[in-house]
Design a protein around this ligand. Structure first.
Ligand code: 13P
Length: 240
């Protein structure tokens, strides 16, 4: 399976940031897939450049309506996006998104013809309490709708305590969790073996090669290190 190296710019970037996309186009590796998810304000301009595939960071489940400030999957598609992140822990935390809401957003992504990148992952308290696997099991059951396939869905395991902290799980912990996610998917979906499972949380040029070589790690979802083309390309070049 080709690995996917996806960048999540979060709430960072203005028009000047679009130059990073040109730099990525110049040097992107041939043997990995690349995706950049800029803020909603930049999606149309980023996609129009045609430099790299572009995704959204969130969508609302409804097609349209009186939902001030929200963006639908159809709008992202219309702006040129090919994918959308749903259920990122920052959405779950700051916007109170439940597994049911995340599942509805994933279905909205499919309805619009977008790849849904569904994020899951435990908090530090949950890991320290020995509940990481259980939490992720519950999130998969609630957030990944029936009908998921390698074509319409990618999972992203992002332990909340590893996001933006410079801390990562041990290799053994990543392998255990990704194997667990694969098994949970296989219990529900015939083609789970072909479904990508990305790792996210403090992926940097310095640790990318090691993480991307681990079993059942099919790519990375990169936050801070995706903002500069040089770092993002170094991570992409480390894909296996
Ligand atoms: P960092 O790479 O900055 O830790 O963020 C990870 C993330 O949340 C990507 O969605």
């Amino acid at each position: 399976m080709r690995q996917l190296i996806a960048g999540n710019w979060k709430m960072n970037g203005t028009g000047a940031s679009l130059a990073e996309l040109d730099a990525i186009r110049e040097a992107k590796p041939a043997d990995a897939d690349i995706l950049i998810c800029p803020p909603a304000t930049l999606i149309a301009r980023a996609a129009a450049k045609g430099a790299v595939p572009i995704g959204g960071q969130d969508c609302r489940a409804q097609v349209s309506g009186a939902f001030t400030g929200d963006v639908s999957a159809e709008m992202l598609k219309d702006a040129g996006a090919v994918a959308v992140i749903v259920g990122h822990s920052e959405r779950r935390q700051h916007h109170g998104e439940s597994d049911a809401v995340v599942a509805a957003k994933a279905r909205a992504a499919w309805r619009a013809g977008l790849l849904a990148i569904i994020c899951i992952g435990e908090t530090e308290a949950e890991r320290l309490g020995g509940h990481a696997l259980d939490v992720v099991t519950r999130q998969i059951a609630g957030s990944v709708p029936d009908g998921a396939s390698p074509e319409n869905t990618t999972l992203a395991y992002e332990p909340v305590w590893a996001i933006g902290t410079g801390r990562t799980p041990t290799n053994a912990e990543i392998v255990e969790m990704h194997g667990h996610i694969r098994a949970r998917l296989a219990a529900r979906f015939a083609d789970a073996a072909g479904m990508r499972i990305l790792y996210g949380g403090s992926v940097k040029p310095a640790n990318a090669r090691e993480i991307l070589a681990l079993a059942d790690v099919d790519g990375a979802l990169v936050g801070g290190a995706s903002l500069k083309a040089r770092d993002f390309l170094a991570i992409a070049a480390a894909s296996s």
